[in-house]
Design a protein around this ligand. Structure first.
Ligand code: ZN
Length: 73
């Protein structure tokens, strides 16, 4: 009796790679896919380890704030 194979056919496929999920890592097929899903949740988006740096903010020069000229006086 092949219970594992029967369960795999009933279970939904792995949401990451669409392979049949396993009992151990369901609903995923493997620990790797489970980790991928976890990373998606933690990061909010997929495969972005750090927020993008604005090119302007990489510059070390301090930003000079010029007050807007008051034309309507
Ligand atoms: Zn998978």
């Amino acid at each position: 009796m092949n219970i594992a194979n029967d369960n795999a056919s009933k279970a939904a496929p792995c949401p990451i790679c669409r392979k049949p999920s396993t009992q151990t890592y369901r609903p995923f097929c493997s620990k790797r896919c489970a980790d991928v899903d976890l990373a998606r949740w933690l990061g909010g988006t997929y495969a972005i380890p750090a927020p993008p740096v604005d090119p302007d903010e990489e510059d070390d020069e301090p930003v000079q704030r010029r007050p807007a000229p008051r034309d309507e006086d």
